[in-house]
Design a protein around this ligand. Structure first.
Ligand SMILES: CSCCC(=O)C(=O)COP(=O)(O)O
Ligand SMILES: [Zn+2]
Length: 212
């Protein structure tokens, strides 16, 4: 006899559809080269739906989404979750409001992460588009997008993120030579944040070129 699932199956099915649709759209922008990037949605207070590791994110089907608990362990499946699962589940565990985490490797994100790595942050100020980030009501907002050193040690990376979150509200961070993490309360909000960061980083790169 099959064991009952510890999560709501209908909720998982809906999350899988939403993840597949949004992942395909982000892949079509060229933001998920060479199987990179990973995407997740909260299911409840202990589980998230997340992309299976190593899949071509432009060709995902429902079978490429699985469930993990907030320790990053697979639930009711033998599939292997994203290698970066811990960077998703740490946010769900820590912040009950966070409903969606998106990670991409666009060229703009990767170049900016290299350029600003030594400073540990990208200062973003004076842009109307800062209002796309939840909580910012005016273009006069100024934020620092953190840039963390890359490592394959996910617990180490997760503890750096935890330390940042201890002192500030964040909607994303860069990892040097790697890509961008962004999140939100819903898929729509997480996408808005992801797209806003990518646009603002592209502006900063253009300004650097034009001023050189
Ligand atoms: C070939 S991309 C290297 C791993 C990575 O950074 C990534 O985003 C994708 O890893 P996943 O295990 O989630 O497919
Ligand atoms: Zn990655």
């Amino acid at each position: 006899m099959n064991q009952p699932l510890p999560y709501d199956r209908q909720r998982f099915d809906a999350a899988a559809r939403e993840l597949v649709e949004n992942t395909r759209e982000l892949a079509a922008l060229g933001w998920t080269p060479a199987t990179s990037s990973n995407f997740s949605l909260r299911l409840d207070d202990r589980h998230a739906a997340i992309t299976v590791s190593g899949r071509d994110k432009g060709r995902l089907g429902d079978g490429d989404i699985m469930v993990v608990d907030f320790d990053g362990q697979p639930v009711a499946t033998t599939q292997r979750p994203s290698a970066e699962t811990l960077l998703h589940t740490q946010l769900y565990r820590r912040c009950p409001d966070i409903g969606c985490v998106l990670h991409t490797h666009s060229r703009v994100q990767t170049v900016a992460s290299r350029l600003f790595a030594a400073d540990g942050k990208v200062p973003l100020a004076g842009y109307e588009l800062l209002k796309a980030l939840h909580g910012n009501a005016t273009h006069e907002a100024a934020i620092d997008l953190p840039v963390l050193p890359n490592t394959q040690d996910m617990p180490e990376l997760a503890s750096r993120v935890d330390r940042l979150l201890d002192t500030q509200t964040l909607w994303g961070y860069l990892i040097d030579g790697h890509g961008l993490y962004a999140w939100g309360r819903t898929m729509a909000e997480a996408r808005r944040h992801l797209e806003a960061f990518d646009f603002l980083l592209a502006c900063e790169l253009d300004l650097r070129r034009l001023r050189a």
